[in-house]
Design a protein around this ligand. Structure first.
Ligand SMILES: [Cu+2]
Length: 160
C-alpha cells in the first residue's frame, strides 16, 4: 500500500512534536534528589531430568550463575544473581540514594565503577549508598561475588 500525502503528514506530525518537545524540554533533565530502591536477588528455575535433560555445558564461572544437580530424584536447578533493577538512570548533578535490600545471597561485595564507591549488601539488610552524580556517562555497578551476571549499569545523563 502506498502512503498518501495525508498519511505521510499524519506520521510526521507526532514525530515533529516529539522532536520539538526534546529541544524545548531540557528543563526536565534538571538535577534533583533521587532515591532508587534496589534488591540483590537470585531467580531460580528447577525441573527434573525426566522432563528436561541436565545441560551438557557448564555455565560461565564467577559465582553469578549456578547449575546444580541432578540429585537422587533427578531434580536439577539453575540460578543467577542479579541487581533489581539492573539499570539505573539519573541526571548529572543528582543527589542519588540507592537503597539496596539483600534478599538472596549472604553477602555481595560491590562497587560503582568510575565513582570510587564500594559497598557491601547483606541478606536482610538495607545498604544505603549516597553520592552526587557529578560525572555523566555509563558506569558499571559490580558485585564481585557474583560475576559476570551481577553487573548493573548506572547511566548518568548530562544535565541540560
Ligand atoms: Cu552478588
Amino acid at each position: 500500500m502506498r502512503a498518501t500525502p495525508s498519511r505521510f503528514l499524519a506520521a510526521l506530525v507526532p514525530l515533529a512534536l516529539a522532536v520539538s518537545a526534546c529541544s524545548t524540554g531540557g528543563a526536565r533533565l534538571a538535577a534533583g534528589e533521587r532515591t532508587i530502591y534496589m534488591a540483590a536477588i537470585e531467580p531460580k528455575g528447577s525441573t527434573t531430568v525426566d522432563k528436561e535433560p541436565f545441560p551438557a555445558e557448564a555455565l560461565p564461572a564467577g559465582g553469578g550463575y549456578g547449575l546444580e544437580g541432578p540429585d537422587e530424584k533427578g531434580a536439577w536447578t539453575v540460578e543467577t544473581y542479579r541487581w533489581l533493577p539492573s539499570g539505573v538512570t539519573v541526571v548529572q548533578g543528582d543527589k542519588v540514594t540507592l537503597e539496596i535490600l539483600g534478599v538472596n545471597g549472604a553477602m555481595h561485595a560491590s562497587k560503582v565503577e568510575g565513582y570510587d564507591i564500594a559497598f557491601d549488601v547483606k541478606r536482610g539488610q538495607v545498604t544505603t549508598v549516597t553520592f552526587t552524580a557529578d560525572k555523566a556517562g555509563v558506569f558499571r555497578i559490580i558485585c564481585s561475588t557474583h560475576q559476570p551476571a551481577m553487573t548493573g549499569t548506572l547511566v548518568v545523563l548530562p544535565s541540560s
